[in-house]
Design a protein around this ligand. Structure first.
Ligand code: FNR
Length: 339
């Protein structure tokens, strides 16, 4: 791993309350998927192309994936993340410890709002209006969480609520309910996606699609984009690594909407591999939390700077273009994806 990212992780681990470190670091069940998300990238290699004479573009195809409760990592919480997010898209979690309006005000670039559809449709609608009023430019509906993942580390610590003084601020005072409404998980359906689309003119993405058939349905239901994700190994400990599910979704979507990949992206090389397999961009979860915990806004900036620098270097080495035929499965010599 890049030594800067390793240093930020180690510092985060040293400064965080171990209960909160485990909340950020942990996954569901035996944490098989958590490990696989990273391991799968290490099983892939790239056959660079040469003599292409291409100038590398300066686009940085990275989003900050939505993660909950940034004030557990640093007192500035999501404000620090937003300030550091320049040059990327910040997908702000519905479970932020700063209200979405303040997150958007602190950001210099686009902010998208991640939403868990709530059992009470009025609460869902109120959240959408909060995101719109705040100036978010897209909604990202997380669809992989019909129930909470069972995180053994959190269970062992008895961690199931925020410490006093912190709150999921976007839930505050909804519909005159005094105090805080807790976020609930809900088994909703494509009809709810249709309802959401008719409720708002914001582009609507779905996050947490792994099966190609669901990707086809998502396109049919008019989504603006798809995030291939297993929630960083936090929901079902039986899925493939996220990057292994990517080519199937890319093929099913056939270019009709952009596909973003998150889970296990830890280097510029990982970004390049995901793009070669057809992703338009990648999302970064935990490394941002490590930067935030280690050094607030400056730490998040360092994470993004390292990834940008590594990615540009790999891209230049590969002739400025990344295509699926360049991807080789290590130990097989087979190029192209036989997923
Ligand atoms: C998450 N993730 C997440 N996803 C989401 O849609 N809403 C959320 O509130 C959260 N919260 C959350 C908290 C923590 C601590 C983690 C680690 C993750 C999932 C997240 O958006 C993303 O899918 C993964 O984090 C990507 O994997 P990596 O980059 O962490 O490996």
């Amino acid at each position: 791993m890049n030594p800067v990212l390793a240093e930020l992780h180690d510092k985060a681990r040293a400064v965080l309350d171990p209960v909160h470190y485990d909340f950020f670091a942990g996954g569901v069940g035996d944490e098989v998927v958590l490990a696989e998300n990273e391991a799968a990238f290490l099983r892939l290699a790239l056959l660079p192309r040469v003599l292409r004479g291409k100038k590398v573009s300066d686009a940085f195809p990275v989003l900050i994936s939505p993660t909950a409760f940034h004030k557990l990592a640093h007192p500035d919480g999501e404000l620090a993340t937003a300030r550091a997010a320049a040059g990327t898209i910040l997908v702000s979690s519905m479970a932020s410890t700063v209200p979405i309006a303040d997150v958007v005000a602190a950001a210099t670039g686009p902010v998208w709002f991640q939403l868990y559809v709530q059992p009470d449709p009025e609460v869902t609608q109120a959240l959408v209006r909060r995101a719109e009023r705040a100036g978010c430019t897209a909604l990202v509906v997380t669809v992989d969480s019909p129930v909470f993942g069972r995180h053994r580390r959190d269970i062992a610590h008895g961690f199931h609520d925020l410490p006093a003084g912190l709150a999921a601020e976007n839930m505050r005072d909804l519909h005159g309910v005094p105090g805080l409404r807790k976020i609930e998980m809900s088994a909703f359906s494509w009809e709810d996606i249709d309802r959401l689309r008719s409720m708002t003119s914001l582009p609507l993405w779905v996050k947490g699609v792994l099966h190609p058939a669901d990707a086809v349905l998502a396109v049919a239901h008019g989504v603006a984009g798809i995030v291939v994700s297993n929630h960083g190994g936090r929901q079902l400990d039986l899925t493939p690594a996220a990057v292994e599910a990517l080519p199937g979704v890319v093929d099913a979507v056939a270019g009709r909407v952009p596909v973003v990949l998150d889970g296990g992206v830890r280097s510029g090389g990982d970004i390049a591999l995901a793009l070669a397999l057809g992703a338009s961009a990648v999302g970064i979860g935990r490394p941002v939390l490590w930067g935030l915990a280690a050094d607030g806004e400056a730490g998040v900036r360092r994470v993004l700077d390292v990834l940008r620098d590594e990615y540009e270097h790999v891209l230049a080495m590969c002739g400025g273009e990344l295509t699926r035929d360049m991807v080789v499965v290590r130990g097989t010599g087979v190029s192209g994806w036989r997923g």
